[in-house]
Design a protein around this ligand. Structure first.
Ligand SMILES: Nc1ncnc2c1ncn2[C@@H]1O[C@H](COP(=O)(O)OP(=O)(O)OP(=O)(O)O)[C@@H](O)[C@H]1O
Ligand SMILES: [Mg+2]
Length: 327
């Protein structure tokens, strides 16, 4: 398999009056063609900024300052904003964290999809409208021709989320990035949306990156999971390996705090106390060390991701302490 996306050493800084504050500190991630990757980690660990940096949508005063992000042979971080605008939608579809801020409240949802298709695919308006209705149908919206004429506020949360997915899919992207697309929804609708994206991924042969806090939810969709902590990847492995053999103390803590699934088996692990570091206030060495019961003197050096001995070849962890125990 060839990597469709390969992020290496990505750093992101927030410009502050007293100097830059590092928020993403050397992320390495890769994604194969047709693969789905779940990205998990506590609030503020840099999940959204990492993905926004790929498509040139970082907020003001926040910049990717190092590393590269190769997508189908091109470095996204080096592309002009004009070229990136073309990549957005047509090659990389994005579903944003909050549908109400990313849908235009005063425009009918069908027209919003039409606008995207006309721009991304140079489609004529009538053909684009027919395609918009098809897309609304594809994402499971009943009476799609009628719903295309609705304004966002006339739809339920679940329906709006489906409209967002339809918009993300409109350009028939090779990669769909979904940033917590279901957080605001109730549990049954979350599960429906996960099922829907899994189905569409197979049907349209897309790669998917799915950002979430919710390890249990992602288990049904992801082939592989990357666990982020304070702007670094601390563990990366096939989904079954993450559940059967979580290795980084942080991943173990995350799993221990799950009420279901691994919860029973992991009941003896203490869940994680304390909070992650603020941007610009990273401790030297391992950023998790201040919260880690297993920390030793070696944690004063920044850990690198390394293969886990005796585990799946794709299982990597950034923790010298557990790696030492395993060798
Ligand atoms: N527009 C902004 N201005 C200043 N700081 C920001 C901005 N956006 C994000 N940050 C900071 O950058 C850090 C990472 O943000 P990011 O949005 O990537 O986190 P996240 O992992 O997506 O969190 P969540 O799970 O809450 O969505 C956070 O500490 C946040 O406070
Ligand atoms: Mg986020």
């Amino acid at each position: 398999m060839t990597a469709l996306l390969e992020i290496k050493g990505l750093t992101i800084d927030i410009a502050r009056d007293n100097g830059p504050a590092r928020v993403v500190d050397g992320i390495d991630l890769s994604l194969d063609e047709g693969e789905s990757l779940g990205i998990v980690g506590e609030s503020g660990c840099g999940k959204s900024l990492t993905m926004l940096s790929l498509v040139g949508l970082l907020p003001n005063r926040i910049k990717a300052t190092g590393g590269k992000a190769m997508f189908a042979g091109r470095d996204l971080l080096k592309m002009s904003s004009r070229d990136l605008r073309k990549v957005r939608g047509s090659e990389i579809g994005f579903i944003f964290q909050d549908p109400m801020t990313s849908l235009n409240p005063v425009m009918r949802v069908g027209d919003q999809i039409v606008e995207a298709l006309v721009y991304q695919k140079n489609m004529a308006k009538p053909a684009a409208m027919a395609r918009a209705v098809e897309l609304l149908d594809l994402v499971g919206i009943p009476a799609p021709a009628e719903r295309a004429r609705a304004f966002p506020h006339e739809l339920s949360g679940g329906m709006r989320q489906r409209v967002m997915i339809a918009m993300g899919l409109a350009g028939h992207p090779r990669l769909l990035i979904a940033d917590e697309p279901t957080t605001a929804l109730d549990v049954t609708i979350q599960a429906q949306i996960v099922d829907l994206v899994r189905e569409l991924k197979d049907k349209l042969k897309m790669s998917v990156v799915w950002i979430t806090h919710d390890l249990a939810l992602i288990a049904g969709l992801a082939d592989r999971i990357a666990v982020l902590y304070a702007g670094t990847v601390v563990e990366d492995a096939p989904v079954s390996v993450i559940f059967d053999r979580p290795t980084h103390p942080y991943t173990r803590g995350l799993l221990a705090s799950l009420p279901t699934l691994a919860g029973a088996a992991m009941a003896r692990l203490p869940s994680i106390g304390g909070t992650p570091p603020e941007p610009g206030r990273r401790p030297p060495g391992c950023p998790f060390a201040p919260r880690c019961a297993q920390a030793t003197a070696v944690c004063q050096t920044v850990p690198r991701l390394a293969p886990v001995p005796g585990s799946d070849p794709r299982h990597r962890v950034a923790c010298p302490v557990v790696l030492q125990e395993l060798t």
